[in-house]
Ligand binder design. Structure first.
Ligand SMILES: [Zn+2]
Length: 261
């Protein structure tokens, strides 16, 4: 259990998920219009991700049942995503305050009952690939339809593992804890996305590498426990040591788009 004082923890950790879900659904009634088969496809990815994540964190936090975690994902289009981000009270969500919002495809709202809003990958993604990349994929997967499906699945899988990891993290208003949690989510994504579905870029790798360095230095259980709960049982020194690794230089390097605040 987290031991945050009220001063550090201005929001109710035990926010009723149902209540927020109702509010959310009234906002999204018209926007979440994905087909049942698309939802089914995404649910399969969520359940598969949850199996890996709950196993990784098994000795630290309880598993989120599959039937609960699929309900925590709300799929919207890009415009709705932007509207919701603008509408949300930024002081209630550190993720909003401290990240680059321009290209957001998924966002976890831990304080508002722990749910994820996500823009599922569309075929636009295919158009963004170079012709050379498209040709390679079509050759590999025989038809353009299958290649497109793979590209969409790859992006969805990466985002879902990242955001699901955040759902396991107990809300904590500390800024550096937020940074640690981002590196943990990237590390989890790199570790648990099947090789053929991995979507990577240097920025993601840098964060995953940093968390790996913390794992090597402090042990995987301590790093996970610190990132998930904000505490390491019987050893507060480890928490402050891990937090001190987020020096000004490291933060600038890992989060170049972070706003000052
Ligand atoms: Zn994140």
């Amino acid at each position: 259990m987290s031991e945050e004082t009220p001063a550090q923890m201005p929001f109710h950790e035990e926010t009723s998920f149902e209540l927020d879900r109702d509010q959310l659904e009234s906002i999204l009634l018209e926007s979440q219009n994905i087909s049942p088969s698309e939802k089914e496809r995404l649910n399969t990815i969520i359940v598969d991700a949850n199996l890996k994540i709950s196993a990784e964190f098994a000795d630290i936090v309880p598993p989120i049942p599959d039937s609960d975690i699929v309900k925590k994902f709300v799929f919207v289009d890009k415009d709705t995503m932007n509207e919701l981000e603008d509408a949300w009270d930024p002081t209630s969500n550190l993720n909003l305050e401290y990240s680059d919002r321009a290209n957001t495809t998924g966002r976890v709202f831990l304080y508002e009952g722990r749910f994820v809003i996500e823009v599922p990958a569309t075929d636009d993604l295919w158009g963004n690939l170079t012709e050379n990349n498209r040709n390679i994929l079509v050759r590999k997967y025989k038809t353009e339809e299958k290649a497109k499906e793979l590209v969409r699945r790859a992006l969805d899988t990466n985002i879902i593992i990242h955001e699901s990891t955040h759902l396991y993290q107990i809300p904590n208003a500390d800024k550096k804890m937020y940074l640690l949690r981002e590196t943990q989510a990237e590390w989890m994504t790199r570790k648990h996305v099947p090789h053929e579905l991995r979507v990577s870029n240097p920025e993601f790798e840098k964060k995953a590498d940093f968390y790996q360095w913390l794992v090597d230095k402090y042990g995987v259980k301590n790093a996970h426990e610190c990132a998930l709960t904000g505490n390491v049982e019987n050893d507060t020194e480890i928490v402050s040591n891990i937090m001190s690794e987020f020096s000004e230089g490291a933060v600038k390097d890992l989060f170049p788009n972070l706003k000052n605040g």
